[in-house]
Write a protein that binds this ligand. Sequence first.
Ligand code: SF4
Ligand code: SF4
Length: 434
Amino acid sequence: MFFKKTFPGGIHPPTYKNLTQNYPLEEIPSPQKVVLPLIQHSGSPAEPLVKPEEVVSMGQKIASSDKYISAPIHASISGKVSKIDYFNHPILGKSLAIFIEDTGVHPDFIPFTKENPENLSPPELKKIIQEAGIVGLGGAGFPTHVKLSSPKPIDTLILNAAECEPYLTCDERLLQEKPIEVFKGLEIIIKIISPKSVFIGIEDNKKELIKTIEENLHKLGLNKIKTFILKTKYPQGGEKQLIKAITGRIVPSGGLPFDVGTLVHNVGTVFAVYEAVYLGKPLYERIITISGKAIKKRGNFKVKMGTLLSDIVEYCGGFIKEPKKIIFGGPMMGIAQWSLDTPIIKGTSGVLFLTDEELNLENSTACIRCGKCIEVCPMQIMPASIGLAGEYNKWNIAKEYSPLDCIECGACSYICPTRRDLVQFIKLAKQFTR
Ligand code: SF4
Ligand code: SF4
């Protein structure tokens, strides 16, 4: 075990993890209807393999693409395809989606593979991961089979158990309750990429979980996997920050973790790999955190992809008070939603229903050049300068400050005493300077 590593910059927002971290995992019953967007991942959208009126079973592949950077979509309930149409998408606004309605017939789930994992080669394991539609469940949604096919040699694998976003505790609960399954998933990834070193990165505020990790690594004889206890600091779980803290390696500007021989996977993704390979179960459900002080029942829930927010709110007993903001993901990097008619997708790590007390709603004023945003930026760029250039549409000036290196963590906006919405300006600068 190694202690108290970190990265330069960063902030210490209140974590609000106590709202959900001690609640055991619970399952939200399958809804009557799911809406499954054809794009739930980075890359090309999937194409429908089914037509309206067709009967489908839970776990059946209903959309796929022949493009390499894509991921198939599977039915999350058994029923009838009622239509294929445009619908609300939590990230894209609107997208084409497959609607499935429960018809009351629930055939047994049929595993899509029944092979013994011990006998499978790395390419066969990768194929199962691809067929299961697994993508990064931390939010980015990058197809896992592509990440496992690095164009450069990988010598270091990191399990990202930092979960640094405030409020979110789904990975913490999953690893606390299913450590054996997560470590079996990790062993599959180890078999595929054969790294020299394997690390687990976790923040020092998860004391009980650190104990669970150590006990279970020992129980499984995985003594070569080393746990790094990291300082609790946002965004400790950012891939580049985690790599810097644990290995000292710096991912170059415009580069990816494989450029420094490293691969990072989060807990939910590794658990999905376990379920696909050992149980033949494609990715049609996941664990999400439901939190915020506006919702009656909070916790960490197993939920079917395509479940609408309205069904989740109903299961959670409705609102204590009207939420001022609904966010998919965490408060720092999440995306605000405008409708409860929005489906959970593969990259949804949580849904927050926040009251006005939980939000800082002060109006933005002019920059006072205090430099705080520069101090906290984990990518060591100049948010204030990009923000100013962006405000006056001076994109050629903004470009000089490397906006493409921004990981959109929101630390600069959080710390700014004049409440400048720096991340929005930087996102625009990225679009105009790409
Ligand atoms: S500039 Fe980007 S990386 Fe730096 S603090 Fe702001 S959002 Fe984070
Ligand atoms: S933190 Fe805000 S006020 Fe201070 S330099 Fe940055 S943008 Fe300006």
